[in-house]
Design a protein around this ligand. Structure first.
Ligand code: NAD
Length: 467
């Protein structure tokens, strides 16, 4: 996705760029615009800090628990700042801060297990786990804090140091989070760098980086993989999704409408694992469309800081343009917006929650990731047709099946080609579960113990039974 460059200014504090409030479209603060050549010193310091940080697992765990408490205590500073630059309703920002603290706590208490190798030979073999070195973490603007912690918590717990780059759309809350966490850690164990490209590309290709962990779009993921290919560092990619929700013919439409709506529209639809297309049995299709539209009309759209707002603005102007274009193309191809379908006539990047019907299956709003508050609902005539349509995509992040007979729903969920499938809900994740998109949705496994081991390398020691 193109990154627009908000205004630049050179001040006594170095180059800075303006951060916009998506609820007004106006600048409200500045962040350092760091130059790529500053990374050499940053990575060098991260390497030096690693030599100490890797050596004492108990001290690490203690420091990360202290950091988790500090993050939880900083909620009243972090949450409003996150809402201001990202747009989401304040309650969701508080929830994001809470999940960030919980993730730090989870990984602080997780330790890798050494393993004996027993293959009948008179040799004692043991697998131990070693950290990798400085890790580069690059994240997008939709869940800045949560995604930052999903990178740095397992990497730090494993004994690595981290250089993290947030999106230039959302640098502020991440910088504050970084200072809160870093205060509990030795110097240079966690560093936040902010600025525009090619800062991320330079970080991902830096020869001192031993693992690049990236969340973002598929095109940028390819570029990051190419960078890591040059330095032969490990790479983990969490990329886009186009999750389908299949409604079965025994679904209780009115009962699930609100839950299904929020599975698609939470965070203004800017969730990698949002429901991005719905498949409904032909005989229930119009009821599903109407139930979703009816609920959508009740949703309060407004600035995230306004009490009562349930849906904030889209985060940035290029993303709003993308949502508008994708909706306009669908409408030009014969789709109908039962509700919404347009920007709101007010300052900022607001788009009305939109339910689309009569959508062509080949329309880009179905085949691509709209990443905004727009949901196409398509009819199907046989279950095989619905499962084939759900799987007929280059994405493979998540999917869900909705119905009353849970065994039947689970049997259908088992046929979905993706990393996580849900029944009667969507995108609910446990800290203890693996997170792994398939196809173009990702490379590598994050989350739970897999996230910890993804930041470690096996080290094997063999010794004979006798001298
Ligand atoms: P993006 O790919 O444009 O940017 C992501 C990050 O990469 C930003 O920090 C950006 O500044 C940086 N970047 C840009 N060009 C770079 C380059 N050449 N080398 C290194 N870094 C570079 O994505 P976005 O628009 O910020 O976020 C939206 C995308 O993120 C969507 O596709 C969404 O599905 C995806 N996403 C995926 C997950 C997941 O876990 N699978 C989670 C959240 C978002």
């Amino acid at each position: 996705m193109p990154t627009s460059r908000p205004g630049h200014a050179a001040t006594s504090r170095g180059e800075r760029f303006t951060v916009l409030d998506p609820a007004t479209g106006k600048g409200f603060a500045e962040a350092p615009d760091q130059r790529p050549d500053e990374l050499d010193a940053v990575v060098e310091r991260a390497h030096r800090a690693w030599l100490g940080w890797r050596s004492d697992p108990l001290a690490r765990s203690k420091a990360l628990l202290t950091a988790a408490d500090a993050v939880a205590a900083a909620g009243a500073d972090l949450a409003p700042l996150l809402t201001r630059e990202q747009g989401k309703p304040l309650a969701e920002s508080y929830a994001e801060v809470a999940r960030t603290a919980a993730r730090l706590r989870y990984f602080a208490e997780l330790t890798p297990e050494s393993q004996k190798i027993t293959d009948g030979r008179p040799v004692r073999g043991e697998i131990r786990w070693r950290p990798l070195g400085p890790v580069a973490a690059i994240v997008p603007w939709n869940f800045p804090l949560q995604l930052a912690s999903s990178k740095f918590a397992p990497a730090l717990a494993a004994g690595n140091t981290v250089v993290l780059k947030p999106s230039p759309y959302t640098p502020l809350a991440t910088r504050l989070l970084g200072s809160v966490v870093a205060a509990a850690l030795p110097e240079d164990v966690l560093t936040i760098v902010t600025g525009h490209e090619p800062l991320g590309a330079r970080l991902a290709s830096h020869p001192g980086i031993r693992h690049t962990t990236f969340t973002g779009s598929i095109p940028t993921g390819r570029a990051v993989a190419a960078c890591a290919g040059a330095s032969l560092a490990r790479v983990t990619l969490e990329l886009g999704g186009n999750d389908a929700a299949i409604l079965l013919d025994d679904v209780d439409v009115e009962r699930i409408a609100e839950r299904l709506f929020w599975a698609a529209f939470r965070n203004c639809g800017q969730v990698c694992m949002a429901v991005k297309r719905v498949y409904a049995p032909a005989r229930l299709h119009s009821r599903v469309v109407e139930a979703l539209a009816q609920y959508a009309r009740t949703v309060v759209v407004g600035a995230g800081l306004d009490a009562g707002s349930q849906l904030g603005p889209v985060n940035n102007a290029p993303q709003l343009a993308r949502v508008e274009q994708c909706t306009a193309r669908a409408l030009a191809d014969g789709a109908r917006a039962v509700t919404g379908g347009h920007r709101l006539d007010r300052p900022g990047y607001f788009f009305a929650p939109t339910i689309l019907t009569d959508v062509l299956p080949a329309s880009s709003v179905v085949t691509e990731e709209q990443f905004g508050p727009v949901l196409p609902v398509l009819p199907y005539s046989s279950l095989d047709e619905a499962v084939d349509a759900a799987n007929d995509t280059r994405f493979g992040l998540g999917g869900s099946v909705w119905g009353t007979d849970l065994d039947r729903a689970e049997a259908v969920a088992d046929r979905l080609e993706c990393g996580t499938a849900w029944i009667n809900h969507h995108a609910e994740l446990s800290l203890a579960q693996p997170f792994a998109g398939i196809k173009e949705s990702g490379v590598g496994v994050a989350g739970g113990p897999w996230g910890l081991y993804g930041n470690l390398r096996p080290f094997v020691v063999h010794r004979p039974e006798e001298a």
